[in-house]
Design a protein around this ligand. Structure first.
Ligand code: GDP
Length: 473
């Protein structure tokens, strides 16, 4: 503040002390106090709001319908551990990379593109797992258009399968089921289909709408069928973006490379990113020094749904950060600095948690919110089911409880991720959160509540839900 007013820091501190505030020079002061100080020093206040600083970013600006062109779908593979996510990603990549082309080897940059036999380009996120999916979503980056749910044909629908289903549903992303390991003697695809039914995933073979494909990541069976199923789903979605505008994209992964400095893989979502573009990405900024595609080749530009490595950053951004091209370096720096100050203040304001009460307060502001999302973990399947049933009975036309995910076992990091992304509290019934989950909940400000009596849990949720209501439930 002293800087901006071109006054001496000591004078500003003195004046604050006169007002009874014992401050140091790096402390953040609130807006009202700042107002008083500015006035006292005889300056005029010009408020720079969020909107003002971020105004130069045209991200809120919608593209005109005539500027939109079709773009490839972005696919994430999810499923239970060991059901073959990594194998499937590798198999798809291998079958579709023409050997000889750039050595026939794809570079791991966190995402890659393949072309199906019928000519459709598909972009795969090469980071299987739910953590990546939810952490991106909680940072506001919804990059996935289609989820491929992998279930091993010689196994069953497992806890992480259910988790994946719930993550996809919460994000409103359509699913395609890949029944993997069909080569195994013990494979029983119909059993998998029947089990999915219990989780409200009705596949086509069961007269439902969700496409299901039997595959083997090991011997390649069904891979082309799977790719065509994805292409079909993407046609239905009619995915479009305007390639002719300042680029906007999401960071898929980022690291500090010894030789090349900070490197981020960005999936372009709108516009076209070019060498020389100036950009801001999360709390970092930079100028595109080089773009490298998934085959390790330098490219001059990248359009919608294309993943590229971006070189030329001043620091390492985080996965899920949004990249925006801006006009000048000064703007880029100002936005980045503004954001990093804001983030620092947020971190300082400890305990900014998603508590039930805050959720309710937020819900009240926004008349459209009629759902109270919750996540519930229990010690045994019977309790989980009983609780879910009780939860679903709570509510009326105005409000209802939506169980985003319920399961058996300890509360995990993945639950916290989903909770953060969806603004939901997590309930543990006779189970606790494991250490990483507790830490994540603290960091992300997710509320965890423990119960050992079903009635207590139901009563609390009822009370919270009636906070949303004008009349009693
Ligand atoms: P992830 O944990 O879901 O990424 O699973 P992986 O891709 O690591 O696969 C787990 C194990 O299953 C590995 O030993 C794979 O070789 C094996 N596997 C994956 N897909 C298939 C398949 O289609 N058939 C057979 N027989 N084994 C498979």
């Amino acid at each position: 503040l002293a800087n901006r007013m071109a006054e001496r820091v000591g004078d500003v501190i003195k004046s604050l002390m006169n007002m009874g505030m014992m401050v140091t020079q790096n402390q953040t002061i609130d807006q009202d106090t700042a107002d008083l100080i500015v006035e006292e020093f005889g300056h005029r206040m010009q408020r720079v709001s969020d909107a003002d600083v971020e105004d130069v970013i045209t991200k809120t600006e919608d593209d005109a319908a005539e500027d939109l062109q079709s773009r490839p779908p972005v696919i994430t593979i999810m499923g239970h551990v060991d059901h073959g996510k990594t194998s499937l990603l590798d198999a798809i990549r291998k079958t579709k990379v023409v050997s000889g082309e750039a050595g026939g080897i794809t570079q791991h940059i966190g995402a890659y593109q393949v072309t199906t036999d019928s000519g459709t380009v598909l972009s795969f996120l090469d980071t299987p797992g739910h953590a990546a999916f939810t952490s991106m979503r909680s940072r506001g980056a919804q990059v996935t258009d289609i989820v491929v749910l992998v279930v091993a044909a010689d196994d069953s629908v497992m806890p992480q399968t259910v988790e994946a289903i719930n993550h996809a549903k919460a994000a409103g992303v359509p699913m395609i089921v890949a029944i993997n390991k069909i080569d195994r003697p013990a494979a029983n695809a119909d059993k998998v289909r029947a089990e999915l039914l219990q989780h409200e995933v009705v596949v086509e073979k069961m007269s439902g709408e969700v496409q299901d494909v039997e595959v083997s990541a090991i011997n390649g069976t069904g891979l082309d069928t799977l790719l065509e199923a994805i292409a079909l789903q993407s046609e239905i979605l009619e995915l479009k973006a305007n390639p002719n505008r300042a680029a906007e994209g999401a960071v898929i992964e980022a690291q500090l490379d010894v030789g090349r400095g900070p490197v981020a893989t960005v999936l372009v979502q709108r516009g076209t990113l070019r060498q020389g573009d100036i950009f801001v990405v999360g709390e970092q900024y930079g100028k595109v020094r080089a773009l490298v595609n998934d085959k390790g080749e330098r490219v001059p530009e990248a359009g919608p749904s294309v993943p590229v490595e971006v070189l030329g950053l001043n620091g390492t951004p985080e996965a899920g950060d949004v990249l925006n091209v801006v006009a000048t370096e000064a703007q880029a720096r100002e936005i980045a600095e503004y954001r990093s100050n804001l983030a620092r203040e947020k971190r300082a304001a400890a305990g900014a948690a998603t508590t039930l009460e805050q959720l309710m307060a937020k819900a009240k502001d926004d008349k459209n919110v009629t759902e109270l999302p919750i996540i519930m973990k229990a010690d045994v399947q019977g309790s989980a089911e009983a609780i879910v049933q009780a939860m679903e009975k709570i509510g009326n036309d105005e409000v209802r409880v939506r169980v985003l995910h319920s399961g058996v076992g300890a509360i995990t990091e993945s639950d916290i991720g989903l909770a953060e992304a969806s603004g939901a509290p997590v309930f543990g019934f006779n189970v606790r959160a494991n250490a990483p989950a507790r830490q994540a909940a603290n960091q992300k400000g997710v509320e965890i509540r423990y119960y050992s009596v079903i009635y207590d849990l139901v009563d609390d949720v009822k009370a919270a839900a009636s906070g949303l209501l004008s009349n009693e439930i």
